[in-house]
Design a protein around this ligand. Structure first.
Ligand code: PGA
Length: 254
């Protein structure tokens, strides 16, 4: 059965102490979730062992990383491999966030290698896609996102795809307060599911979890998550405060 997920992406925020308190507060306030509903907390690299220790043994709440490197090991000063993440207790990794694509020049070719590294090391991948404003204004977002998915994921087998979640994050909605309307989100999520169905079959497409990201908050989460093809959210700003994040989690759990 298709999973629903609310994932926190802390980005480059919070000290170790602040992160610890936030996770404690999320654990304390977390509603009971059925087995197909999950929370993921993608904390910064230096937080991961701490976050993993806090979440150890807890049901339906998992630790994620925000990135990994495209090679297995070697002379890549400052980089972190998927194998290292796995050994630190990490279960999910975000690949291809638009900030990585834009500020760190991550291309679809590089994202293929990162995705392979993650899957080969037993991590679940949250693969991000989404169009900039100029593409949305030109109404060519479907082709744009389809290309990102084809170039980033279509080398995977059906079996591998079961370990991939897609996050649709229109760049114009990230951190801007300007959320996509639930209709815009539903239309794109439906398009993504059709793109996957054409390549991998209807079963794979029905199984795929597709998250929405971009200024998702407690006040709009319920409407977004009510869309038939929106299976939860990837949350930036609103994931940094326990009450806001838990408000979004309850929109999934209802
Ligand atoms: P936002 O970020 O919720 O702050 O818009 C979402 C994301 O970038 O994952």
């Amino acid at each position: 059965m298709r999973k629903k997920i609310v994932a926190a992406n802390w980005k480059m925020n919070l000290t170790l102490e602040e992160g610890k308190t936030l996770v404690d507060n999320i654990i304390a306030g977390q509603p009971a979730l059925s087995a197909t509903k999950k929370i993921v907390i993608a904390s910064p690299y230096v937080h991961l062992t701490q976050t993993a220790a806090q979440l150890n043994g807890k049901d339906n709440i998992h630790v994620g990383a925000q990135n990994c490197y495209s090679e297995a090991s070697g002379a890549y000063t400052g980089e972190i491999s998927a194998g290292m993440l796995k050994s630190a207790g990490v279960e999910y990794v975000i690949i291809g966030h638009s900030e990585r694509r834009e500020y760190f020049n991550e291309t679809n070719t590089m994202l293929v290698k990162k995705t392979d590294q993650a899957l080969n090391n037993g991590l679940e991948v949250i693969f991000c896609c989404g169009e900039p404003l100029a593409i949305r204004d030109a109404d060519t977002q479907n082709t744009y996102v389809e290309k990102q998915i084809k170039e980033g994921l279509f080398h995977l087998s059906n079996e591998q795809l079961k370990h991939v979640v897609i996050a649709y994050e229109p760049i114009w909605a990230i951190g801007t307060g300007r959320t996509a309307s639930s209709q815009q989100a539903q239309d794109m999520h439906n398009h993504i599911r059709n793109v996957i169905a054409a390549q991998y079959g209807q079963d794979a497409a029905s199984y795929l979890t597709i998250l929405y990201g971009g200024s998702c908050k407690p006040s709009n989460a319920a409407e977004l998550f009510a869309c038939p093809d929106v299976d939860g959210g990837l949350i930036g700003g609103a994931s940094l405060k326990a009450d806001e994040f838990l408000g979004i989690v309850s929109a999934m759990s209802n």
